[in-house]
Design a protein around this ligand. Structure first.
Ligand code: TYD
Length: 196
């Protein structure tokens, strides 16, 4: 079973992902961008204000392809549970937004199309729902993806993804205290694993 955590920068999903390690030692915990050299290339692009958005999409997607074949698919093939901090939806939402000012028509659909032939759809996705202003303030707006205006379009894309597949997403109200967010996350993950 593949569970993914998604949301805006500053939504607290990484904190929740870290807290889950202690209560679910049997799970394979992983994240995108990864720590591979592909992931390093991605982080370099992130800090580059003028990076070409299409080149950036393919860097993120290369990192994803490597992550799938090296980590995710082997763990799933062993019958394991994988919980990933960010996955395909981050590309659909973020690159769907960063490609909006390019010649690419219908960017979100385009980015989904690029993934279609090879990706593994998550079985469930926890969406950490937070307004873009709070998200940008919490994230400290240190890179181009963390600005409130950009996060507003990212959030719209996440909402479109949720509308198109409501059964896959579980919405977590990330505006609450960290303790309450963690309680919800642990309960939702517990329920998902029990249903397995
Ligand atoms: P993030 O999860 O914040 O990683 P970290 O906290 O370890 O730096 O991801 C980094 C940024 O990259 C974040 O602003 C979201 C963005 N991102 C994309 O634009 N597309 C993607 O496919 C992924 C995985 C992340």
């Amino acid at each position: 079973m593949l569970i993914t955590l998604e949301g805006l920068d500053g939504s607290g999903k990484t904190t929740a992902w870290e807290a889950l390690h202690d209560v679910r030692p049997e799970v394979t915990f992983t994240h995108e961008p990864t720590d591979s050299w592909y992931g390093e290339a991605v982080r370099r692009s992130e800090s580059e204000d003028r990076a070409d958005p299409l080149a950036e999409l393919f860097l993120f997607t290369a990192d994803h392809a490597d992550h799938l074949s090296r980590v995710v698919r082997p763990a799933l093939a062993d019958g394991g549970v994988v919980i990933s901090d960010r996955f395909t939806d981050s590309r659909y939402a973020y690159q769907g937004a960063s490609l909006a000012d390019t010649d690419v028509q219908r960017p979100l659909e385009y980015v989904r199309g690029v993934h279609q032939a090879f990706t593994r759809e998550p079985d469930a996705t926890l969406y950490f729902d937070l307004d873009p202003e709070t998200a940008a303030a919490r994230a400290g707006a240190t890179n181009k993806f963390e600005r409130a205006e950009f996060l507003e379009s990212v959030r719209e894309n996440y909402e479109r993804l949720i509308d198109s597949e409501p059964e896959r997403f579980v919405r977590i109200d990330a505006s609450r205290s960290p303790e309450r967010v963690l309680d919800s996350v642990e309960r939702v993950v517990g329920d998902l694993l029990a249903e397995r």
